[in-house]
Design a protein around this ligand. Sequence first.
Ligand SMILES: [Fe+2]
Ligand SMILES: [Fe+2]
Length: 194
Amino acid sequence: MSSISKYNDLQLVEMIKPIYLNNPFYGPTLLPHVALTALFASSAATELGGSGPIANLAGWLHDIGAAVKGPEDHHKTGAEISGKMMKDMGFETETIILVQNCLLSHRGSVESERTTIEAQCVASADGLVHFCRIADLFYIALVRLKLNSNEAGEWVGNKLERSWQKMIPQHKKLVKSIGREKMRGNLDLCVSSW
Ligand SMILES: [Fe+2]
Ligand SMILES: [Fe+2]
């Protein structure tokens, strides 16, 4: 696989942070969500023999479509937006396709085959982060979607169920075995790496 320029990776992440921060759909929940997804996805991909850098980039970009255009079809809009950004920044075509592949298959609510280790890890990490940050899900349900408490409970429950279904065994084990304190430790690690 072609190498990825470290400079471009960092530059791309810096470029997309304000887009996530200022998104009109999910408020303040989105930036920590994608940062943690990138962290968990890249470490899992490396552990499983895939590409940590590809998973990291795709983790950062996986919800860019949702930030820019809203939740609907954000796997497709995100792949389009990311492809254009990466092309403009000089990323190689092979890298762009691998990242887009992760974005297109990251959703639990959309039927799709995850054909690479990186795609499996990004989808799984996305699900794992939902478990790490359940309060964010309630924020979206109650504040953004304006559901009542019963509806919000059902919405969050369904989201977690779909998240669980797409998670790799390592991440499921984390949810089962790691206590809340250690989850917070992962969050702190992530925040310190921004
Ligand atoms: Fe998403
Ligand atoms: Fe996500």
